[in-house]
Design a protein around this ligand. Structure first.
Ligand SMILES: [Mg+2]
Length: 179
């Protein structure tokens, strides 16, 4: 029913993904959202995230950050990360998803998108024909009030979780120790 909003996979975090497996399955480039996907909204990168990018790139992946945030924020984030990026991306518009694929110089079918929001990140990726992974959004304080949009996301995710057909479309890409 909400097919265009469903991710190919829904996982705990960017650290629970088996990137080697994705690479051996033919993916060559990964587009990441930043805020609440890699770090809590507005935060600087962490040692773990810097390390994760090095690991992913050592496997052979190209990377690109696709953020609706501004250049100042993105530049601050990539102080220790060597990656392509597009800021003010206006997700879910497909223009910059397609530009991202072009910048990485790979095919759409070899591209993966990872983000935390259904209505911007995943919707845009699906419209662009790019495989998508949804991660649980990073919440520092679990008591923190979540917005209306997150409430609606929860409802959609409940439908998604009941619909096996749309889940695990990339096939066993969660790291073993996280299963
Ligand atoms: Mg986000």
């Amino acid at each position: 029913m909400f097919k265009i909003l469903y991710p190919y996979e829904y996982v705990e975090s960017v650290f629970s993904i088996d990137y080697e497996k994705l690479y051996s399955n033919g993916f060559k480039g990964i587009i990441f959202d930043i805020d609440n996907t890699l770090v809590h909204h507005g935060d600087d990168s962490t040692k773990e995230i810097d390390e994760l990018f090095r690991t992913i790139q050592n496997i052979g992946f190209k990377t690109l950050l696709l953020s609706n945030n501004n250049e100042e924020r993105v530049k601050r984030f990539i102080r220790n990360i060597d990656t392509l990026y597009i800021c003010d991306a206006e997700k879910p518009k497909i223009t910059n998803y397609l530009k991202a694929v072009e910048m990485m110089n790979i095919k759409k079918e070899e591209t993966l998108f990872i983000g935390d929001q259904i209505f911007t990140d995943i919707y845009g990726a699906n419209k662009s024909g790019i495989a998508s992974i949804l991660v649980k959004f990073i919440q520092i304080n679990p008591e923190e009030k979540i917005g209306k949009r997150r409430e609606i996301e929860k409802i959609i995710l409940n439908f998604y979780k009941k619909n096996k057909y749309f889940q695990n479309r990339l096939g066993n890409i969660v790291k073993k120790e996280d299963k």
